[in-house]
Write a protein that binds this ligand. Structure first.
Ligand code: C2O
Ligand code: CU
Length: 434
């Protein structure tokens, strides 16, 4: 098996992105300094057809290095965007072009993979449209959910812990500290200026939810409506009804909603690990008129579980017994703000070595009290009956097992998608060896 070759075909879609500092307006009264792609936040939606060659020229107008990672897409290794693993970081003033074939179809996002830049706003949605969706719908909306941090993100170990710094304590996140988020955003907007999703009675509306936050697990509901979850991390699942789902940083769900209940209704994402007010948008029927305030969701009685997810088609190469198994412990350093995998904090950590073609199993045990949304670059994995690229490992000895087929040679990061945990060491390189 040879490395997935760099794509040299003429691109079907070419895009230029410029990363620069700028100003965002999450509500009419609020403006804050942020970093943006093309002066937009979230960054521009990239939308292509499955199989298209996408070429993105990134210009770095920041004062520091940057990269972009195409979260979830199994791209060729040299364009995966991990600094010092798959590429040299792009220096200030420089340009780098990422070219890859956009497949498989799905709901993805792109983001900086340098330091804490994701929590400064360097993120945007990436939609790869399927030629023949397995579910029918009449229209769609992309819903990017994010935690809102005005100002510069800092690790607690950089003076952020306790008073005086970047990180406030508490926030209900036992055993961890939480950045001083001032709220949560849907498509870059605070709940006092929510986006409206127009619908017409009788329509089937597909929502593509992306958790692009840096440190927040959200519970998502749409008031007055049941959701039919159709895709997990972009990959089709047998449609399953739920009135809410929970997703961690880096996860995505698509859901189809039947517009059968006229009115104005909140789409709401509650932070499960913080005390900040929820993110909100509004579903509004054409018939609703100007009057009335949107209704909030009632409490959830049918929350989606991973066990409810059944991938429409199986992942190749992962049946039977694995060729190689890693047992990994996720935990926190005792005295410092350090997060480890098997006691090692990246980059001072041994690569996990695998061979091309292997069926690889990773068993994780979480010895810390907080959840870790673990993300694998370059591959999908099977977890239960679902195919995903990011999976929450619950706290307090929670265990998750994932299986993947080593079909994309290179060096790939495997890490917690809580940005602060990642930056404080919770990552490993998975390295193909012959
Ligand atoms: Cu979305 Cu390594 O990350
Ligand atoms: Cu973590």
């Amino acid at each position: 098996m040879t490395p997935r070759s760099t794509v040299t075909d003429e691109p079907d879609t070419s895009v230029s992105l410029t990363a620069a500092s700028g100003t965002i307006r999450p509500s009419p009264e609020t403006s804050t300094a942020n970093w943006t792609y093309n002066e937009q936040f979230p960054g521009p939606e990239l939308r292509v057809q499955e199989g298209d060659v996408l070429s993105v020229e990134l210009t770095n107008d920041l004062r520091e290095e940057t990269t972009i990672h195409w979260h979830g897409i199994p791209v060729p290794n040299p364009v995966d965007g991990v600094p010092n693993v798959t590429q040299d970081p792009i220096a200030s003033g420089e340009t780098f072009t990422y070219t890859f074939r956009a497949e498989p179809a799905g709901t993805y996002f792109y983001h900086s993979h340098v330091g804490l830049q994701l929590d400064r706003g360097l993120l945007g949605p990436l939609i790869v449209e399927e030629p023949n969706p397995h579910v029918e719908y009449d229209r769609e909306y992309v819903v990017v959910v994010d935690d809102y941090l005005p100002g510069e993100p800092r690790l607690p170990s950089d003076g952020g812990m306790g008073g005086g710094g970047g990180m406030g304590g508490g926030g209900g996140m036992m055993g961890d500290v939480r950045p001083p988020y001032e709220g949560h955003l849907i498509n870059g907007r605070l709940p006092d200026d929510p986006q409206t999703f127009d619908v017409t009675e009788g329509q089937r509306v597909r929502f593509r939810f992306v958790n692009a936050s840096s440190a927040t697990v959200f519970g998502v509901r749409i008031a007055g409506h049941e959701m039919t979850v159709t895709h997990a991390d972009g990959q089709p699942v047998e449609p399953v009804d739920a009135d809410s789902f929970v997703f961690g940083a880096g996860e995505r769900y698509d859901a189809v909603v039947e517009a059968t209940n006229p009115g104005k209704w909140f789409v709401q994402a509650d932070a499960l690990d913080g005390n900040e007010p929820p993110a909100r948008a509004v579903v509004e029927y054409g018939s609703a008129g100007d009057s009335g305030t949107p209704q909030p969701p009632s409490s959830s009685s049918n929350r989606l579980q991973y066990g409810d997810l059944r991938a429409v088609s199986a992942l190749d190469g992962v049946s039977g017994r694995p060729d190689r198994t890693f047992d990994l412990t996720l935990s926190r350093g005792r005295d410092e703000y350090v997060w480890t995998i098997d006691g090692q904090a990246y980059p001072d950590a041994d690569p996990l070595q695998i061979r091309p073609g292997e069926h690889v199993r990773i068993r994780m045990t979480n010895q810390s009290p907080v959840v870790h949304p673990m993300h694998l670059h370059g591959h999908f994995f099977q977890v239960g009956n679902a195919i995903k690229d990011t999976v929450i490992v619950p706290g307090h000895r929670g265990q998750v097992t994932l299986d993947f087929h080593a079909d994309n040679p290179g060096r790939w990061l495997f890490h917690c998608h809580n940005l602060y945990h990642l930056d404080a060491g919770m990552a490993r390189v998975i390295k193909y060896v012959e």
